[in-house]
Design a protein around this ligand. Structure first.
Ligand code: ADP
Ligand code: ZN
Ligand code: ZN
Length: 764
């Protein structure tokens, strides 16, 4: 009897309420329930209406201080309202995230083990959150009860009556000034109406300055060759099927992939949908961006130099469906398009699609998730596909491989010659690391009015400062990293933390004056090339020389115009450029990436050499490539010289399969860092033990998770913090996620020790 009574009593307290699930922006993972006061369900007040995707202000945590959260659901539930805190305020007039985008962010939070609120904050740009570029105005409207009895209201003031009538019949809310103007009165009568409650004001935001963008001359689509046509037909078929489908467009450099994207997107746009195009880095792809602008009426280019105001305005235009094509770097995958039709990822193999701060997402995988949810195709394009995408195109029935095996207009692939730097006959002559053969090829190219691209993937002047006497090597005081000598600043710089010190003239340890500056960077190469070819214009392109916004574009347009004969630089010159007059590409040192401890070292080397080789032979003059290496027989370098992606992929996949590396297994990584080496190491060991234990508790042998480490990370010390890492391997990612989630759930690291989880890590 007592139990029944108790239950009944509890039931009494239950009420049907609208309950909002709120994710706290910088709070723990998961959503919290809040009660919604009446006003937040009022359809007459759309700015206060609580719908999923708006931000709210809610009391949270100790002291019930107000925190910002995202509303992710509103449901009618029977609850005891006294047990729920009411939410305080709705912050956004319009929803920032569609239900589909909310689901995508939830997926990211779960997949990448990142608090949901942190994902939401990363997906909605800061400029949108702060509503940059808008100003607060008061918008007037006639409340519904006044509207209902409008005929009965008698006003003595004619002006007030006129203003009230105007506002009641207006199809949009007006500001006081606008209303006064419409009613041909001053704002005085309007204020009187407000005072008497006959009209109401709500705060709203309006845009200050519209976007203003350069639009190039219109260009017509090119006539496709038969391979391009086949790829386009398959893409159009996938678009028309209205299902999600992965399309890997493997096209050799210069095969006209971009033209396929453009025409596929024309199809998407023709039925009123939008397309998102992800490119590795906007500033490095001005040509691609220009081609998109020349083909479509309305495109939004989301690059990293946008102001908050511009970002916000683009976001709004995109959300209103006014933009046909969005071109941007990785975060453009979150563009709030109302009717997305296609996502394209150009140069899908590039590392920039992986974000290296939380949420550590891979845009390619997020794009696939989004494409699946929205039932649309995802097109991945590359001359050197990532092995993940390649393997998937082979054995995932939802993926399809489209090939462009030849360059456009029957242009041949350039000849690639590997120069063995171990061979004394080929040895470098003079300092600066240019072999006799490369030097001669440069002379010939310049004599024939061709242009040259030289790749050296190390910036600075000398990459090592060492004492041959005592073995001393100059390293950053805060990081375990060799300092690089930069001649411009006459300083030894740390490339990781920007620490800078005067370059030593004698060995700091043994005072020997024989201290040596060795290892060649782009600055030394620039010196060397300028002195070898004094009659020619040499320009260096690396992050040091390209700090100013717009400097890439300037250099690239000068290069295009023929004002620069030799363009040398780091990998930023290896990407996507299309200059018909480049007849020689020189890779000064192909081995820089081979030393990496990363299991992708060979893949990266192949990609870098094949991509830079692709920058030549794009015009009628043809082109050749010389690759300097100490390991010409290395499979990655040998295959790149033969333009043999298929051969490289087959060999590399076989070795990955043996070692259970991606794409044949999944990986994750934890990095622990802290100022005290021993405490940091102990914390890493504790975490590893917890993961091992959690993994053991997972049932079934198929779920085995291998834990490697902890051990010092490849970068053992950074900014005065010691770093330890551990890696996790398993056949699929799920058991790793399960083990990590349970191991880290209530884990508290000692003060000052931090740790991050990286799912599907890219840099080891
Ligand atoms: P990729 O992206 O595969 O390296 P691009 O799309 O940049 O190649 O094309 C290389 C060049 O070939 C561009 O200048 C482009 O205008 C041109 N091109 C593309 N398709 C055709 C075609 N069907 N006929 C003639 N030229 C083409
Ligand atoms: Zn010394
Ligand atoms: Zn440093």
């Amino acid at each position: 009897l007592f139990d029944d009574q108790q239950a009944e009593w509890e039931l009494d307290a239950q009420q049907q309420r609208r309950v909002a699930s709120i994710v706290i922006a910088s709070g723990p993972d998961g959503a919290f329930d809040y009660d919604t006061p009446e006003g937040f369900c009022d359809a007459e007040r759309p700015d206060r209406l609580l719908v999923p995707g708006k931000r709210v202000s809610v009391p949270f945590g100790r002291g019930n201080r107000l925190a910002t959260g995202y509303c992710v659901a509103v449901e009618t539930k029977s609850v005891d309202p006294s047990r729920l805190k009411p939410l305080a305020r709705v912050l956004d007039a319009e929803s920032l995230l569609s239900p589909a985008m909310l689901r995508l962010t939830r997926w990211m939070a779960e997949y990448y083990l990142c608090p949901w609120g942190q994902v939401l904050e990363a997906v909605v740009p800061a400029g949108v959150r702060s509503q940059a570029g808008t100003r607060q105005v008061k918008l007037l409207h006639v409340p519904p009860d006044v509207k209902a009895r409008l005929g009965e209201i008698k006003l003595r003031s004619k002006q007030q009556a006129a203003a009230l009538k105007k506002l009641a019949t207006s199809d949009r809310p007006l500001t006081a000034t606008e209303l006064a103007k419409e009613a041909r009165c001053t704002t005085g009568p309007v204020q009187q109406l407000l005072k008497h409650g006959l009209i109401e004001a709500t705060a709203a935001r309006v845009v200050n300055n519209p976007l203003d963008e350069l639009i190039p001359d219109r260009e017509q689509p090119l006539e496709l060759n038969s391979d391009q046509q086949k790829a386009l037909d398959a893409t159009v078929a996938a678009l028309d099927a209205g299902k999600s489908r992965g399309l890997l467009l493997h096209g050799v450099t210069g095969s006209g992939k971009t033209e396929v994207y453009l025409q596929a997107i024309e199809h998407v746009v023709s039925f009123g949908r939008q397309a998102i195009v992800l490119v590795p880095e906007i500033s490095l792809t001005p040509q691609t961006v220009r081609r998109f602008r020349a083909r479509f009426d309305s495109i939004a280019v989301l690059h990293s130099h946008l102001s908050n105001v511009e970002r916000h305005l683009h976001w709004q235009k995109i959300a209103r469906g006014e933009v046909q094509v969005i071109v941007g770097a990785r975060s453009a995958v979150f563009a709030p398009t109302p009717h997305l039709g296609l996502i394209v990822i150009d140069e899908e193999h590039e590392s920039t699609f992986k974000q290296d701060s939380a949420p550590r997402y891979q845009a390619r995988d997020v794009a696939w998730q989004r494409a699946t949810a929205e039932g649309i195709p995802l097109m991945l394009g590359s001359a050197t596909p990532s092995l993940e995408a390649w393997q998937r195109a082979q054995d995932d029935p939802q993926f399809e491989l489209l090939s462009l095996p030849k360059r456009v207009l029957d242009r041949p692939m350039p000849d690639v010659l590997n120069i063995n730097l171990r061979d004394p006959g080929q040895a470098k002559f003079g300092k600066g690391g240019i072999s006799r053969q490369l030097h001669q090829a440069m002379q010939v190219a310049l004599r024939d009015q061709g242009q040259i691209i030289l790749l050296l993937n190390r910036r600075g002047y000398s990459t090592h400062i060492q004492c041959p006497g005592c073995g001393f090597a100059l390293k950053c005081k805060e990081c375990e990293i060799s300092l690089t000598y930069h001649r411009q600043h006459n300083a030894a710089l740390c490339h990781y933390c920007d620490h800078e010190e005067p370059p030593p003239k004698v060995c700091p340890d043994c005072r020997s004056p024989a201290i040596r500056y060795s290892g060649q960077g782009t600055q030394k190469l620039e010196d060397e090339i300028s002195s070898r070819f004094p009659q020619h214009t040499v320009v260096r392109m690396d992050t040091d020389s390209m700090r100013k916004h717009g400097s890439h574009e300037e250099v690239l347009s000068r290069f295009r115009a023929g004002e620069i004969d030799i363009l040398l630089g780091t990998q930023m010159i290896a990407k996507g450029l299309d200059f018909p007059n480049v007849t020689l590409v020189g890779v000064v040192n192909a081995d820089t990436a081979l030393h990496l401890t990363d299991f992708r070292a060979a893949e990266r080397t192949f990609q870098l050499v094949a991509q830079v080789a692709g920058r030549t032979g794009r015009g009628s003059k043809g082109g050749r490539v010389l690759v300097q290496t100490l390991q010409p027989e290395h499979p990655a370098i040998a295959a790149a010289a033969r333009h043999d992606y298929l051969g490289f992929a087959a060999a590399e996949l076989a070795s990955r399969e043996m070692l259970q590396y991606p794409p044949f297994g999944s990986m994750a990584r934890i990095v622990v860092r802290g100022p005290d080496e021993e405490i940091t190491r102990a914390t890493a060991e504790q975490l590893a033990d917890r993961v091992r234990k959690a993994a053991r508790e997972l049932e079934g042998a198929t779920l085995a998770v291998r834990v490697l480490g902890p051990c010092p990370a490849p970068i053992t010390k950074l900014r005065n913090e010691f770093r330890f890492h551990m890696q996790f391997q398993s056949a699929t990612i799920e058991p790793i996620q399960l083990a990590l989630r349970s191991a880290t759930k209530s884990f508290r690291a000692p003060a000052k020790v931090r740790w991050i989880v990286d799912i599907d890590p890219w840099d080891m």
